[in-house]
Design a protein around this ligand. Structure first.
Ligand SMILES: C=CC1=C(C)c2cc3[nH]c(cc4nc(cc5[nH]c(cc1n2)c(C)c5CCC(=O)O)C(CCC(=O)O)=C4C)c(C)c3C=C
Ligand SMILES: [Fe+2]
Ligand SMILES: [Fe+2]
Length: 337
């Protein structure tokens, strides 16, 4: 008997259109997730629905408009769909490749209902986040389990929770860097999506805060799921492979909602580099496997403006893994191992 297997790619999600209304709906669904804004229910409802969404939706809509493709729409959706298509071709008929978004569309409810109807014997879940965070991987896997737990038949399930330490994943980023002559840049920045420090501390069961676990330097049994530790290890592997000297790079965190997020902040690092005289910098974004608002706009447009304003010339963004052949082969290898 042939086993029917489905590979489910999960990504964060994006608005259905860049209109203020749709961006507001997206932000409302996203930020009302208790794993994203982890405060008591009533406080979250007031903060998100009465403060963040009304004040943020208009501005975010402008940012989405700037990166929206007239034909293909959201870059995050377009890149994830292209990856699904190429993976399907790579794995052949034995495995069906599906893709769903944690927020908005294609929704996990609809895609998992289709998977349910098909009666697969095995589901392999692959979140497109290399470093575990409760707000990304944790949330997507929780929603997956909530839905599947309602089924009468629960098939065999394999869930991948992170892969920042996978050598093939690191090599894919190294491959993206090959088109740039690293020696031409005054400095290299590894910019990761930020997180509230409080959420990073919640990873530890021993009550000892992240700052006492030496997450900048070591990966241990206790900090394996610490997002900060995973970001530092990702950077360590990349600088070793790329031969980047200690004083030539900086790790930083972007997209903060307030000042209690992981530091150093990417925008401040970019500003300081320009003030110190850097003219050209190369920016990697290794927490994002697909180019999206946070890479194309925040790094490519907003940081470019900051850099220029303070005397710098050009910020070069290294493209994400998107649907590259090496990334397709890497996912295939990880999920089939
Ligand atoms: C690396 C994965 C991600 C983590 C971890 C993450 C945490 C996180 N994000 C916010 C708030 C926002 N993020 C936004 C966009 C966005 N975030 C990720 C990935 C992670 N977020 C991606 C891929 C994107 C881009 C989506 C796209 O459509 O291209 C936004 C929306 C944009 C904006 O208004 O700035 C917000 C808001 C929080 C609060 C959080 C963890 C606590
Ligand atoms: Fe985010
Ligand atoms: Fe940590």
């Amino acid at each position: 008997m042939k086993q029917k297997t489905v590979l489910l790619l999960l990504n964060l999600g994006t608005p259905d259109s860049p209109s203020r209304w749709q961006v507001g709906r997206y932000l409302g669904q996203f930020l009302n997730d208790p794993r994203v804004i982890d405060i008591p229910w009533l406080a979250r409802k007031i903060l998100v629905n009465c403060i963040i969404v009304p004040f943020r939706a208009g501005n975010s809509s402008k940012l989405y408009n700037a990166i929206w493709d007239k034909e293909t729409g959201s870059p995050l959706l377009m890149n994830t769909l292209a990856l699904q298509k190429k993976l399907q071709a790579a794995v052949g008929d034995d495995i069906t490749v599906e893709m769903a978004m944690r927020y908005k569309n294609p929704s996990m409810d609809v895609v998992l209902e289709r998977i349910h109807q098909q009666g697969y014997h095995k589901i392999i879940v692959f979140p497109l986040f290399p470093q575990y965070a409760s707000s990304s991987t944790g949330s997507a896997l929780q929603r997956f389990m909530e839905i599947v737990s309602q089924w009468w038949v629960i098939p065999e399930i394999k869930m991948v929770s992170q892969y920042f330490d996978n050598a093939d994943f690191i090599n894919c980023i190294v491959n993206r860097a090959k088109q740039y002559d690293l020696k031409q840049y005054d400095h290299i920045v590894f910019s990761y999506h930020g997180l509230p420090e409080r959420q990073v501390d919640k990873v530890y069961n021993d009550g000892v805060l992240c700052k006492h676990h030496h997450c900048e330097d070591v990966l241990t049994e206790s900090n394996y799921y610490c997002y900060k530790a995973a970001c530092y290890q990702t950077t360590k592997a990349l600088v070793e492979k790329l031969g980047i000297a200690q004083d030539k790079y900086t790790l930083s965190f972007q997209s903060r909602l307030n000042n209690k997020w992981l530091t150093p902040f990417s925008d401040k690092v970019i500003e300081e580099l320009a003030v110190k005289g850097a003219k050209n910098i190369l920016v990697f974004s290794p927490a994002f496997t697909a180019d999206c608002l946070e890479t194309l706009y925040e790094i490519g447009i907003e940081y470019q403006e900051i850099f220029h304003k303070h005397g710098g010339q050009k910020i070069q963004l290294v493209e994400s893994l998107n649907s590259g052949d090496d990334w397709v082969e890497t996912i295939k290898k990880i999920v089939l191992s």
